[in-house]
Design a protein around this ligand. Structure first.
Ligand SMILES: [Zn+2]
Length: 258
């Protein structure tokens, strides 16, 4: 994990103290926590239901730099859950549409929109230098690419996944916790394509992902590491399962992180 460096240019302004006043009041966070968020760079990989919801709360919280990456354009069936987009945005490139809305919400932060598909060739350029990567993907192929790159770059990866009214989340810290390949040696089989989904499920998981990101970046609280939280919205059951690192994992196992 990269240490967030102190830098005079990232001191809080008078406006910051007002805008973030209610969270600065939180004793274990305070001005120091807010400064750390201001110096942070978070990559939101995927701007669907998870990514749009996550990016709103990252922007509200005052994450200093947010990179938004997606290779799709806004379509009508997105609008039941991808809450940064309006009907008038249909056809627009998602990262640019999202960046425009977030800049209105919080003009004091830097937003970098990238209209790109995440591949093995460009992933290190996209996430390099980030402090956290938020998994907003809808497919395991790309999740595995992000996971491998995050392990290699030692960047925390906050995994989220959704299906219908079911969701899951865990925080992966390279070198310390199981990586996504330890948890899923192969991509789980998709029952239906496209996946059935209600808007509330990615919203719920995304808010938990951002909660993890805020604690991780500001350095307080306990993280959802070595554990997966499973949410069953149909039965309204929240369960946590322990996860174990696989020494033989071909991504994070053996001597790869020594
Ligand atoms: Zn692993």
């Amino acid at each position: 994990m990269k240490l967030i460096e102190r830098n005079e240019g990232y001191m809080l302004t008078e406006d910051d103290l007002i805008r973030y006043g209610r969270q600065i009041l939180y004793p274990s966070f305070g001005q120091e926590g807010q400064e750390k968020l201001k110096r942070s760079h978070v990559v939101v990989a995927g701007l669907g239901g998870l990514g749009t919801s996550a990016s709103i709360y990252l922007a509200c919280a005052g994450i200093g730099h947010i990179t938004l990456v997606d290779c799709d354009r806004v379509e009508l069936p997105n609008l039941n859950r991808q809450i940064l987009y309006c009907e008038e945005d249909i056809g627009e490139k998602k990262p640019f549409s999202a960046a425009r809305k977030l800049a209105k919400l919080n003009p004091s932060i830097k937003i970098t929109p990238l209209f790109e598909r995440v591949t093995e060739d460009n992933v290190r350029d996209i996430i390099g230098g980030a402090h956290v990567v938020i998994d907003g993907m809808d497919n395991f192929e790309t999740r595995f690419i992000l996971n491998s790159a995050c392990v290699a770059e030692k960047i925390p990866f906050i995994h989220g996944g959704v299906y219908g009214l079911f969701g899951e989340i865990t925080t992966i810290i390279p070198g310390k916790t199981p990586c996504l390949a330890c948890i899923y040696p192969a991509a789980p089989e998709k029952k239906l394509k496209p996946l059935p989904i209600f808007g509330v499920t990615p919203a719920l998981i995304a808010i938990l992902q951002v909660t993890e990101a805020i604690k991780l970046l500001a350095g307080f609280g306990n993280l959802l590491t070595n554990r997966m939280l499973y949410i069953n919205g149909e039965g309204m059951e929240f369960t946590i399962a322990d996860l174990t690192k696989k020494p033989e994992c071909n991504i994070c196992g053996g001597s790869k992180l020594q």
